[in-house]
Structures are given as structure tokens and as C-alpha cells.
Design a protein around this ligand. Structure first.
Ligand code: FAD
Ligand code: UDP
Length: 397
């Protein structure tokens, strides 16, 4: 029990635990990590499903991938990784296609036998409809990138379901990264390193928190005044790294930031294998869910000995207060509010804001870890080693 911690961290996700681990190991600080949930790990938490023994990612499928050498070296201190390579299939009009859109998808869709060059010409011709324009919405951008037929089959309705918004009202930026491959490569990620933690996410996360100088307090909300590390008692007295929602920290003074959440409909089935792969997207409008996850396929090397399997259907919707905030929606009203919160955050003495909720940014795990390592180097270490000011911590720190 560190009655006087050197550093208080709000949130035991990858951002918070990376800071905690570095502060304890590198600087010998006493660190208290608070989390309002009953478990550590934030959204990366996983556990064995009871009936099947299959590892389930409780807040949605988490695939680890990175090209960042420093992050890869760092995460390998806590876990090894399997050689899992992520692939996704998509159902359109009763047929299964390979995703992301690649030469197999194109040839199947057009019932053709095109070479890479011929496929490129065809897509260019189809995209010609909006050539030379500068589309500002996702719908037009999609048509300009891949042509109307492929866009309408694989992107339009999936995106509409996922964002619960007509693609004509979504910013073009969401799919400016939409990959189309003119070969048969159907790896979902392009990163240099990819894999799943061999013994699961929770074993990895627990290892990060193992240092005797780190105390994790679960079921503890920073804003609940009934414990000694509450906001009012700590801020101004002990440096804080806050990884909860930035709008909540300031009591929503500038308005609510908008988020998407997901409802997971979980089902244990009496078949050994439901869909033969880990993720199947449903690209058409008539199916209400966006995709079906079958976690047993994340770990083929475990050879789970069960004739049952578990699946999750994902339904996307706007998050209300009380829902788990998952994806920042980033409307223009959100961006205006975020700027105001950044100003407020910059003026908050000895409090640094980080992570996905604290910065209102979609961060993959490797990005959250990378950004925490940078915050440690640039803010935490200089403060504790040389007395440098910690005040300037805006949300972008
Ligand atoms: P979080 O994991 O959200 O941790 C924040 C923690 O703060 C939470 O545990 C929360 O309970 C706690 N907290 C909040 N408020 C308070 C409070 N008032 N008091 C105490 N504690 C509080 N990344 C990938 O790399 N690959 C993927 O495939 C992938 N899939 C994802 C799928 C989904 C559905 C989601 C939501 C995210 C996915 N991510 C994925 C992103 C990954 O989850 C994040 O990068 C990672 O969780 C970021 O960690 P974090 O520490 O910033 O936030
Ligand atoms: N997308 C799509 N069809 C698909 C898969 C993805 O239109 O079959 C679009 C959709 O707009 C989605 C974005 O690509 O929001 C990113 O999807 P991905 O599954 O890579 O991201 P995640 O939702 O897992 O963060």
C-alpha cells in the first residue's frame, strides 16, 4: 500500500501500464495504477470462456501488429508472439470474397481472369466517373478510389452499418487508406511484425504490472472521492497520468465528445468450427451485424480440444453515457470541442493526458505503447531526474 505514491496513473490499459512499468523499472518510482473496471488491461483484456476454454478478447478482437522496432523490442520483454497472420473474408450476395480488395476479389467479382495490369486498367476506367474531382465525402472518395461496383459491394453498406451514418455524410479521410492490391496478397496488415501473445493478452498485461513498485487498484474510479487517490486529493500533490476520457476529466465543460460503441452478441455453438476462419465481414445491408468473430481461429496452435465453438456478432452504434467508448467519431463539432479540451489540459498542473480516451484518437495497441514510451522519455523522466516542469502536458503530449 503506497500511501504516498510518486506517480498516480488513471487507467490500466496499454498506455497506463507502459508508463507504470517504465517509471518503476527505470526510475524506481512507486506507482499506483487505478482502474474503474474489475480487471487490468483496458480494452485489450482477454479471458478464457468458461464452457469452451477458448480465449476471448472481451472488448473486441485485438490483433497485434507493428513496424516500430522500439515497440517490438519492448513488447517482447513481456511476451512472445505466435506466427498468426490476420486475414479477413467478406460475404456479399451469398458469396464469400477475400479482403482487403485484391486480385482474387476483383476476378471473382467480375467473373474474370485478369492480370494485375488488366485489373488496374479496369478499376481506373470505373473510377473515371469522378476522376479529377476532389471528393470531400466518403461515398465519392470511395467511388473515385475503386469505382462504383466494388465500392457499392464491399464498402458502402459495411461503412454505413459501422458508422451508423450515410457515407455521403462521413469525411473522405476515413478511407483514404483503403488498400486495393493488384496481386493475390490478402494479409490484412502491412506491418513488419505481427502475431498474437502466445499465452494470451492478460498474461502479457499482468507481466507488465508485475514490478513490486507497482500497485494496481481495481474497481477504483478516479472521480470517486471515497479513496485516497481521488482526483481532488491527488491533483496538484502527486503527478498524474490520466488515460480516461478527456471530456469526463473536465466534467464535460465543453460538451460531450462523440464515440461509437459495439454490442457483442455472444453465442456458444455445438459445432467444432462455425466459419473456418477468425473474422467474416458481412458487407450487405440486409444483415444487421458488421462481422462475426470466431476466437478459436486466433490460436490454431493451441488445438483447443472442444467440439464447441464461440462466436461474437458485432453491432455498431453511437455510444451513450454509460456505454464503453470505443471509436472516436470525430465530427467537426468534436474537433472544435477537442481543441478546447486540449487548452484546458495544458493548464492542468502536473497532469499528463494520454492514450486513446485521453487524446480522443484511434490508437492501435502499438501506437498507444509507442506514445507512452515517448511521454515517459520526454516528460516523466526529465521531471523525476532533473526536476523539469511537467505542467505543459497537453492532450497531445
Ligand atoms: P484503454 O485500453 O481504453 O484503457 C483505459 C483504461 O482507463 C480502461 O481500463 C478504463 O477502465 C480506465 N479508466 C477510464 N476512466 C477511468 C476512471 N475515471 N478511473 C479509473 N480508471 C478509468 N488495437 C490494435 O492494435 N489492434 C486491434 O485489432 C485493435 N482492435 C480494437 C478493437 C476495439 C473494439 C477497440 C475498442 C480497440 C481496439 N484496438 C486495437 C485498440 C486498443 O484497444 C488500444 O490501442 C488500447 O486499448 C489503448 O490503450 P489505452 O491504454 O489508451 O486505453
Ligand atoms: N471497411 C469496409 N468494408 C470492409 C472492411 C472495412 O467498408 O469489409 C471500411 C469501413 O469504413 C471501416 C474501415 O474500412 O470503418 C476500417 O475497417 P477495419 O475493419 O480495418 O477497422 P476496425 O473497424 O477493425 O477498426
Amino acid at each position: 500500500d503506497f500511501v504516498t505514491a510518486d506517480l498516480v496513473i488513471v487507467g490500466s490499459g496499454f498506455f497506463g501500464l507502459t508508463i507504470a512499468e517504465q517509471a518503476a523499472t527505470e526510475l524506481g518510482l512507486k506507482v499506483v495504477v487505478l482502474d474503474r473496471r474489475h480487471h487490468i488491461g483496458g480494452n485489450a483484456y482477454s479471458e478464457k470462456e468458461e464452457q469452451t476454454g477458448i480465449e476471448v478478447h472481451r472488448y473486441g478482437a485485438h490483433l497485434f501488429h507493428t513496424s516500430n522496432e522500439r515497440v517490438w523490442e519492448y513488447v517482447n520483454r513481456f511476451t512472445s508472439f505466435t506466427n498468426y497472420v490476420h486475414k479477413v473474408y467478406g460475404v456479399h450476395k451469398g458469396e464469400v470474397y477475400s479482403l482487403p480488395i485484391n486480385l482474387a476479389t476483383i476476378n471473382q467479382f467480375f467473373r474474370a481472369n485478369l492480370t494485375p495490369g488488366q485489373a488496374k486498367d479496369l478499376i481506373q476506367e470505373q473510377a473515371g466517373e469522378l476522376a479529377g474531382t476532389d471528393p470531400q465525402n466518403l461515398n465519392d472518395k470511395g467511388i473515385q478510389l475503386i469505382g462504383r461496383p466494388l465500392y457499392e459491394a464491399f464498402i458502402k453498406h459495411y461503412t454505413g452499418k459501422q458508422w451508423q451514418t450515410d457515407p455521403k455524410d462521413l469525411p473522405a479521410g476515413i478511407i483514404s487508406r483503403l488498400p486495393v492490391r493488384y496481386n493475390y496478397d490478402n494479409r490484412y496488415f502491412n506491418d513488419k511484425y505481427e502475431g498474437l501473445p502466445t499465452n494470451g493478452y492478460t498474461a502479457w498485461i499482468e507481466k507488465m504490472a508485475e514490478h513490486p513498485n507497482i500497485e494496481v487498484r481495481l474497481n477504483t474510479d478516479f472521480f470517486d472521492e471515497s479513496h485516497e487517490y481521488s482526483k481532488n486529493k491527488v491533483v496538484g500533490n502527486i503527478p498524474v497520468v490520466y488515460t480516461g476520457p478527456v471530456d469526463r476529466y473536465f466534467d464535460y465543460a465543453e460538451g460531450d465528445l462523440s464515440w461509437r460503441t459495439i454490442d457483442f452478441e455472444e453465442e456458444v455453438l455445438d459445432v467444432g468450427d462455425f466459419q473456418g476462419t477468425s473474422v467474416v465481414n458481412y458487407n450487405d445491408e440486409d444483415v444487421a451485424y458488421t462481422r462475426v468473430i470466431e476466437p478459436r481461429h486466433f490460436h490454431p496452435e493451441r488445438e483447443y480440444q472442444t467440439e464447441k465453438t464461440i462466436i461474437m456478432r458485432e453491432f455498431s452504434r453511437f455510444a451513450e453515457k454509460g456505454d464503453e467508448p470505443y471509436y472516436p467519431i470525430n465530427t467537426s463539432a468534436d474537433r472544435d470541442r477537442l481543441l478546447k479540451y486540449r487548452d484546458l489540459a495544458a493548464g492542468e498542473k502536473d497532469v499528463l493526458f494520454g492514450g486513446r480516451l485521453g487524446t480522443y484518437k484511434y490508437l492501435d495497441m502499438h501506437m498507444a505503447i509507442g506514445s507512452a514510451l515517448t511521454m515517459f522519455d520526454n516528460k516523466i523522466r526529465p521531471h523525476f531526474e532533473a526536476g523539469a516542469d511537467i505542467e505543459s502536458g497537453g492532450v497531445d503530449a
